[in-house]
Write a protein that binds this ligand. Structure first.
Ligand SMILES: Cc1ncc(C[n+]2csc(CCOP(=O)(O)OP(=O)(O)O)c2C)c(N)n1
Ligand code: SF4
Length: 293
């Protein structure tokens, strides 16, 4: 198990909703990164959670940037630090809307240029900050304020898009498993070049569950296989943590869905399509692990 430093860079007075998973993610990311780090944050819940200067809850430098530009800004910042002989960690911390939809062009450019940075997409599967609108990362069947009868399309496969850029390191994580996240951030930051981590980050008001259930809902996501924990180093994939068990035996997707109000309108067909997608995804991952695809 990793040695987790006692240092805290995320203070206890954030402006997050009760039960929000974002401060938990940030806490472990910054513990792994340490004080010589700059966070680059586009418009999202996190830009509210950080608080207003001088009463900010983040104890390291934060650079707030326009929605579409996070990875481009981080790219320039990383080059400037390296040119000055500094190893300062540059970490983009952006929501799914700011990554999967709006920031994808800048992310693609930064990955292609081989930028030495870590891009973290925390995925609460909606544009939460502006009122839970549908994003490209919202799953099939989930009700949002712009899809009140449930989304009719599958979640965009951001990881496949990132993987096509062949980054030196990429991983998934979930806020319900903070040590797994800590280990992945620590490893990512020990490697030079473009790194990417995609974190499932449950949101109580958006997903419509009680705020004390953030950890259990995150665990259900992984135990059902709706979210898979893995890392990919130089193209080689390995499952981590609870996903090793989920690859062999998993709970039904329905158990994860029924823990949240946003899937109340999901039809039987949609639930079975989601279950089928989970089975197909594990088959594909197993083939990748075996080196047969
Ligand atoms: C160019 C632009 N369009 C729209 C907005 C309004 N806006 C601010 S935050 C936000 C939602 C961000 O969603 P996401 O990136 O998923 O992060 P979350 O709020 O879920 O943390 C939107 C649409 C903006 N700030 N700039
Ligand atoms: S809306 Fe969701 S993601 Fe945003 S601060 Fe509240 S709980 Fe967190």
């Amino acid at each position: 198990m990793a040695e987790i430093p006692d240092d805290e860079y995320i203070l206890k007075t954030t402006s997050a909703c009760a039960g929000c998973s974002i401060p938990l993610c940030l806490r472990y990311i910054t513990k792994a990164a340490g004080p010589d780090t700059v966070l680059v944050i586009p418009a999202c819940c996190t830009s509210v959670i950080q608080g207003l200067y001088p009463n900010t809850a983040v104890n390291i430098p934060v650079y707030n940037v326009a929605f579409a530009s996070a990875a481009a800004v981080a790219s320039g910042m990383s080059e400037a630090f390296r040119a000055a002989g500094k190893k300062t960690n540059v970490i983009c911390f952006a929501g799914d809307g700011g990554t999967v939809d709006i920031g994808i062009q800048a992310l693609s450019g930064a990955l292609e240029r081989g930028t030495d940075f870590l891009y973290v997409c925390y995925d609460n599967e909606a544009y939460s900050n502006t009122g839970m609108q549908r994003s490209g990362a919202t799953p099939l069947g989930a009700a949002t304020t712009t899809t009140p009868a449930g989304k009719k399309e599958f979640k965009k496969d951001l990881d496949a898009i990132v993987n096509a850029h062949n980054p030196v390191y990429m991983a998934t994580a979930c806020s319900a498993y903070p040590l797994d996240l800590y280990n992945k951030v620590e490893k990512a930051l020990s490697i030079t070049g473009p790194k990417f981590i995609h974190i499932l980050a449950p949101c109580p008001p958006g997903w419509r569950y009680q705020s004390d259930k953030t950890i259990s809902v995150g665990k259900l996501a992984v135990q059902s296989g709706m979210w898979v924990l893995y890392e990919r180093e130089n193209g080689k994939i390995s499952l981590t943590g609870a996903s090793k068990a989920a690859a062999k035996k998993r709970i039904p997707v329905e158990d994860y869905l029924k823990a949240q109000g946003r899937f109340k309108t999901a039809s039987k067909e949609e639930i079975s399509e989601l279950q089928q997608a989970v089975e197909n995804n594990f088959k594909r991952i197993e083939k990748e692990v075996d080196g047969t695809c």
